[in-house]
Design a protein around this ligand. Structure first.
Ligand SMILES: [Zn+2]
Length: 186
């Protein structure tokens, strides 16, 4: 069993001041820590996980986080998410689509399996769109999503994708695959 590390030991290892590490712990941005009585302690494996999650790839390996407003890279002070108003718009369109299908079934019989044609196409609900923005380019205000600093490496981005994919509304009503393709530069 390895001895738990204290703030000074971890700070020294990371090359930051103990005060900086205390601030990270306070803000919830540093390595995971454990409350042992009145003291704060770290598992070295959590420190290593923190380092792995914050390792920035360069060149080919870098994530392509581009602001959908100004088209410049978003490295920090940004957000990856879905706008609340876009979710609401998608909800209205899905409702209209269901009503449209019900009407068609009443008028023409079976809808399922029927070829979508004519006026059906413009009725198909557009998914809510995942965006990446600088805070300065688009004030976020309650939108669903993540601060860019939490998802700007491959492991942390994948972890976010795994998390949000478990939500049925994200799977069914948003363009998550399009976000993934953009971010990996496909
Ligand atoms: Zn921007």
């Amino acid at each position: 069993m390895t001895k738990l590390a204290n703030t000074s030991e971890v700070a020294e290892y990371l090359g930051v001041t103990p005060e900086a590490l205390r601030q990270w712990a306070h803000r919830g941005t540093g390595p995971r820590w454990i409350k042992v009585g009145a003291a704060r302690r770290y598992r070295w494996e959590d420190v290593e996980t923190y380092l792995r999650h914050n390792t920035h790839e360069t060149g080919q390996g870098a994530l392509n986080l581009t602001c959908s407003v100004c088209k410049k890279p978003v490295r920090r002070d940004g957000f990856v998410g879905v706008r609340n108003e876009d979710r609401a718009r998608n909800g209205r369109e899905r409702k209209a689509w269901e009503e449209h299908k019900t009407r068609k079934i009443q008028e023409e019989g079976e809808f399922a399996g029927r070829v979508i044609e004519g006026d059906d196409w413009r009725m198909i609900p557009e998914p809510a769109r995942w965006y990446v923005v600088h805070h300065n380019c688009h004030p976020v205000g309650g939108d669903y999503g993540y601060e860019v600093e939490r998802v700007d490496t491959f492991p942390s981005f994948l972890s976010m994708i795994a998390h949000v994919s478990e939500k049925p509304w994200v799977q069914q009503n948003t363009d998550l695959p399009a976000l993934i393709r953009r971010v990996i530069g496909e």
